[in-house]
Every structure is written in structure tokens, then in C-alpha cells.
Design a protein around this ligand. Structure first.
Ligand SMILES: [Ca+2]
Length: 143
């Protein structure tokens, strides 16, 4: 008998999403001008974006600062002692104003109009900077 192999063209589409934080990509920030406490601001960011702003480098710090208007004081995702980001990550990058952090009951951090970090009481209401969900999408097509 004669067998004739028939090859059917097979296409494989692969989509891989990797959080920017795992690939070294820069995060995208959004300033929300409505004043909220730090916990409420974090919840708002988690519901509508990804989280409060995590800032892990000078470039990201510049982007976060530029996301808000220069006169605003805005929450970022840093809180507590030891200082931790709202997603429980830690990072060596800091941008404290001279003399900060200094507060006994100041466990949450704002970015000031002077582009510096200051710890203040978490219940104070400030505008805030959210971090957008940002991913690399890698597509591969095999045929
Ligand atoms: Ca302080």
C-alpha cells in the first residue's frame, strides 16, 4: 500500500505577559487629585489600577513626580517601619527629604512639591499616585 503523508499547517499563537517589575521595565504612574487617607488611596489604586506607586529607581521617581502637578503633595506606596512598599516589596532606592523619616506616628510617605519624600500620619488626606498595570506582551507565531 502506498501511504501518503499529509502535513497540515499548524499555527501556534503564544502570548506571554510578564509584569514590568520582573523585566526591569519602567512603571507608568497616574495622579489622582482627590484627597484620601493612605489606606483609602491604596484601595482605590488597587481597584482601578495596580497599586499605589512603587518607586524603585531615579527614573521611576522622576516619572512618578512628573505624573502629578508640581504643587501637589501626593501619597506613594511606601509605608511603615521597616519601610515597605504596599505590595510588600522592599527596595534600596529612597528619596527622603533631609531629616526624614522622623515621625513617631508618621508611617506613610508622600512625595512633596519639592520632589522629596516625607513620612506623615497615614490618616491625613492627600492626593495620590497610582501605578498602572503594565506588562510586556511577547507574541510568537509558528507555522
Ligand atoms: Ca515626617
Amino acid at each position: 500500500m502506498l501511504y501518503r503523508a499529509q502535513f497540515t499547517q499548524v499555527k501556534l499563537l503564544v502570548c506571554v505577559s510578564i509584569p514590568a517589575s520582573k523585566t526591569g521595565g519602567l512603571k507608568t504612574y497616574v495622579h489622582i487629585s482627590t484627597p484620601l487617607s493612605w489606606p483609602d488611596a491604596r484601595d482605590y489604586c488597587r481597584e482601578n489600577y495596580k497599586d499605589l506607586a512603587l518607586i524603585e529607581s531615579e527614573d521611576e521617581n522622576t516619572n512618578a513626580y512628573q505624573a502629578k502637578n508640581s504643587s501637589s503633595t501626593a501619597w506613594i506606596g511606601l509605608y511603615r517601619v521597616p519601610w515597605t512598599w504596599s505590595d510588600n516589596s522592599s527596595s534600596s532606592f529612597t528619596n527622603w527629604r533631609g531629616g526624614e523619616p522622623n515621625g513617631r506616628n508618621e508611617y506613610c510617605v508622600v512625595e512633596t512639591p519639592e520632589h522629596l519624600w516625607v513620612d506623615v500620619p497615614c490618616a491625613t488626606e492627600f492626593s495620590f499616585i497610582c501605578q498602572e498595570e503594565y506588562e510586556y506582551n511577547l507574541w510568537a507565531l509558528h507555522s
